[in-house]
Design a protein around this ligand. Sequence first.
Ligand SMILES: [Zn+2]
Ligand SMILES: [Zn+2]
Length: 176
Amino acid sequence: MSAPTTHTHHTGGCQCGAIRYRVEGGLGDASVCHCRMCQKASGGFYMPLVSLGTARLTWTRGHIRHFQSSNAARRGFCGDCGTPLTYEAPDGVALAIGTFDDPGDLKPGIQWGVEAKLPYVDEVPALPQQETSADEGAAAFLATLVSYQHPDHDTDDWTPKIEEAREHWRPKEQGV
Ligand SMILES: [Zn+2]
Ligand SMILES: [Zn+2]
């Protein structure tokens, strides 16, 4: 079991900034889950979650949407950008660790669902490591890059750049 975190409050939200939350009080256990549902819901190799424990969760901006992933649980996400935010089951709610403004504090203490663990996932930490700037071919791209991701703190005013980004990345017409 992982030790409860010591911070009395945390903030977080989705990538586009349409959804923000605040958690006050002691969070429960942090974990990763390798089950196939968590792979799908996160788009990742596994899903990092921290249970609310005795903490109180307040949605401070926007309204999350839900997918009922089974008769027992539903998963909350941002309807604008798709960021996974919650796992909600009868025994409580858990938040996706990567959506916290300070995820470095939320160290997982256990792995669940290991029967579905992807065959290469344990090899990832041993892979060669490079910083983003080491990709010389991307230097020009990185020099002009403007992030539309919400910053890792609460903001008074924020307009998600959903439409703007969609225009920017629209593929060229392929002809008919
Ligand atoms: Zn969003
Ligand atoms: Zn799972």
